[in-house]
Design a binder for this molecule. Structure first.
Ligand SMILES: Cc1ncc(COP(=O)(O)O)c(C=O)c1O
Length: 375
């Protein structure tokens, strides 16, 4: 059976062009980048070339880009640094963050007695900016605001400039989890009021286990992982050279094809939304589908019935990959914390379909026909 993969917000397929540039660093170019002889220098050059390319694309300085093991490590590093190095004693976040953020802030809240506030969400899942202003204005302590750029389950996009400017007004530190948007949108970090963002290659056809942390040059922090002097003393451990090379190549390709791919993927998403509305009674959409929304994600709300409760399982049996929440929780029974936070109706079932350049309208027709049959 040919599988249909509609879970590209969980991860994407590695592009063969990306694999091609990675392979030599797994085979003949195996030197440790810290070694001073030619093998080492060759690996070092590959890392620094990748850093320059990533920085150029994001309009940042190469010195502001640090390679990590992925989005989770980058968020953990930024959030811990805001508390440990930048004097933040109050974290303002939201209930719909990825667990990399949620569990980091809960840990700091319970271990270090750091104040934690969740900003209110509007019914469409967007951040209530008035409430954010009230929280910042009412805080006696320096705040860390950590709010994601695009929600990985419902796709809502944050106005990063509006939040960043508000943070500036109150001298707060701003971290935005941009794992779903780096490699999917252009960035202009030199003109964006944010202190930390992150990125993860496997979300845009790069390899798993490699990411970046952008640290604005105006903030100085200490490392999260201690050891050797890699990444200019900021992230110890022998570098994932082939991963870093793959990250840069995947970002270069995503950037080169941004206009074409984003329009194509958005078209697929809207086509599926239309087809579902035509063919399946009682469905709805979670998030702000027709407003500020990530073009890769369609979160569909089905009326709860015995059949819809088994939907993900039955889709899987039919070779269709979709998910009920973020990939890290889809095996668990608890349901999605994001859907619970924005829409507590116990009589609905949420399924996330997320698309890439490799999907087609024919696949959507097949999935809609199958859903008709299963519901
Ligand atoms: C919004 C968001 N943040 C963070 C992560 C974690 O990234 P990584 O898998 O690279 O640790 C993910 C991916 O699952 C994500 O979607």
């Amino acid at each position: 059976m040919k599988k249909i993969y509609f879970d590209n917000a969980a991860t994407t397929a590695l592009d063969s062009n990306v694999l091609d540039v990675m392979l030599p660093y797994m085979t003949e170019k195996f030197g440790n980048p810290s070694s001073i002889y030619s093998y080492g220098r060759e690996s070092r050059l590959a890392i620094e070339t990748a850093r320059k390319s990533v920085a150029k694309i994001l309009n940042a300085h190469p010195g502001e880009i640090f390679f990590t093991s992925g989005g989770t490590e980058s968020s953990n590093t930024a959030i811990a640094a805001a508390i440990n190095n930048l004097g933040c004693r109050h974290i303002i976040s939201s209930e719909i963050e990825h667990h990399a953020t949620l569990h980091s802030v809960e840990h700091l809240h319970s271990r270090d007695n750091i104040r934690l506030s969740n900003v209110n969400l509007l019914s469409n899942g967007h951040v209530d900016m008035e409430h954010l202003r009230e929280l910042l204005a009412g805080s006696k302590e320096r705040c860390l605001v950590t709010l994601m750029h695009a929600n990985n389950e419902i796709g809502n996009l944050l106005d990063m400039h509006a939040v960043g400017n508000l943070c500036k007004e109150f001298d707060a530190i701003f971290h935005s989890d941009t794992v779903q948007t780096v490699g999917h949108y252009p960035f202009d970090l030199r003109n964006t009021p944010v202190h930390f963002i992150n990125g993860s290659a496997h979300k845009f056809h790069g390899p798993k286990g490699v990411g970046i942390l952008y640290i604005n040059e105006n903030v100085k922090i200490t490392p999260f992982i201690h050891g050797g002097s890699q990444e200019r003393n900021m992230r110890a451990g022998t570098e994932n050279v082939y991963g870093i090379v793959g990250f840069a190549k995947a970002l270069e390709m995503a950037t080169a094809h941004y206009e074409e791919h984003s329009a194509y993927i958005n078209d697929l998403r809207m086509y599926m939304a239309e087809q579902l509305q035509q063919h399946i009674p009682g469905i709805g959409f979670n998030g702000d589908l027709h407003g500020r929304s990530l073009y890769t994600v369609l979160n569909v709300s089905f009326p709860k019935t015995e059949k819809s409760e088994m939907l993900l399982f039955n889709l899987d049996i039919n070779g269709i990959c979709a998910s009920g929440g973020s990939a890290c929780t889809s095996g668990a029974d608890a349901g999605s914390h994001v859907i619970r936070a924005i829409n507590s109706d116990p009589n609905r079932i949420a399924v996330r379909f997320s698309f890439s350049k490799d999907n087609t309208k024919e696949e959507i027709d097949t999935v809609v026909a199958k859903l008709k049959e299963l519901i």
